[in-house]
Design a protein around this ligand. Structure first.
Ligand SMILES: NC(=O)c1ccc[n+]([C@@H]2O[C@H](COP(=O)([O-])OP(=O)(O)OC[C@H]3O[C@@H](n4cnc5c(N)ncnc54)[C@H](OP(=O)(O)O)[C@@H]3O)[C@@H](O)[C@H]2O)c1
Length: 280
């Protein structure tokens, strides 16, 4: 629950908090073992949601589940899966429904696009980016949709990336995957809205997670430069002058997962420290 400090006398109105109304909601999070997925899981647990944590590494998921259970008493289902496998999303939904009986929220945060000089990137790099981030997100959304439509209620939040709006040199496999996901989010947002299912996206800019560190290491290796120099190429474009913390982004993800975002359809919130230019 986000606390809002009341102005003098505001206690008379009884309006002192923004209640995100996420208590006991069932939220499925992919890419939950670390980074933005794990940060979102912690905030949702603090809000009282029941969680389904999905990614490949069961040990990491079990560790997070134990932390959330002991800190917040959160009921957690751990679902180890590889989202590049076609049946993984349907299996995850079957297990979720068997345990919790409904799905209120889906957060798609699994993704790991690589970067590099365009003329050195093999087919495999492009295919991996699309197989996991684009197809994984499509499969998860397709798998939860019948349940959400039957409930006449659902929230889907796709963690996309500001390079979908402003493609970044040396990050083109991720930029292209992100552009595709923004198009799908926009169109599916309209298709799903009449059924009470709200689909939106977040476009983070560079954020301090393992994915970002791995990306910087690879770009430094392939260009023969230091990691600090490579990272400066990006931070120098950010008016705020620094990388985001996972929590900066997770707060927005949880807001979009809540009923407070009910009037936002197929849109994307950009949170990139001012990197993206333009007003569109
Ligand atoms: N960090 C940034 O700067 C940034 C900026 C813009 C957009 N984004 C996007 O935000 C999303 C999350 O990024 P992050 O920074 O949190 O990355 P991260 O720290 O590397 O986390 C990625 C998550 O995806 C999971 N994952 C990887 N391959 C998978 C597979 N085949 N099947 C299922 N799960 C898989 C990983 O867990 P396992 O290893 O356990 O599978 C992990 O939980 C990504 O889509 C990324 O493109 C990130």
């Amino acid at each position: 629950m986000c606390r809002v400090t009341p102005h003098n006398g505001a206690h008379n109105t009884g309006v002192t908090t923004i209640d995100l109304r996420l208590k006991d909601k069932v939220a499925v999070i992919t890419g939950a073992s670390r980074g933005l997925g794990a940060a979102s899981a912690r905030l949702l647990a603090a809000e009282g949601a029941k969680l389904v944590l999905a990614s490949r590494n069961q040990a990491d998921l079990d560790k997070l589940a134990a932390e959330l259970h002991s800190q917040f008493g959160t009921p957690v289902l751990v679902v180890p899966l590889d989202l590049t496998q076609e049946s993984a999303a349907d299996d995850a939904v079957t297990k979720t429904l068997a345990t919790f009986g409904r799905i209120d929220v889906l957060i798609n945060s699994a993704g790991a696009s690589q970067g590099g000089l365009f003329w050195e990137l093999a087919d495999r790099v492009w295919q991996e980016s699309f197989d996991l981030k684009v197809m994984g997100t499509i499969r998860m959304m397709r798998a939860v949709m019948p349940t959400m439509i039957a409930q006449k209620h659902g929230r889907i939040v796709n963690i996309v990336g500001n390079t979908g709006l402003q493609p970044s040199p040396r990050l083109l496999p991720g930029s292209a995957a992100n552009a595709a996901l923004l198009a799908i989010t926009r169109g599916l947002g309209e298709e799903a809205a009449p059924h009470g299912v709200v689909v939106n996206a977040i476009n983070p800019g560079p954020t301090k997670t393992e994915r970002w560190t791995t990306l910087m290491n690879r770009l430094a290796q392939s260009s023969g430069r230091t990691i600090a120099d490579v990272e400066k190429d990006y931070t120098s474009q950010i008016p705020l002058g620094k990388l985001a913390e996972p929590d900066d982004i997770a707060g927005l993800i949880v807001f979009l997962a809540s009923d407070r975002a009910a009037n936002m359809i197929g849109t994307a919130i950009t949170a990139d420290g001012g990197w993206s230019k333009g007003i569109g």
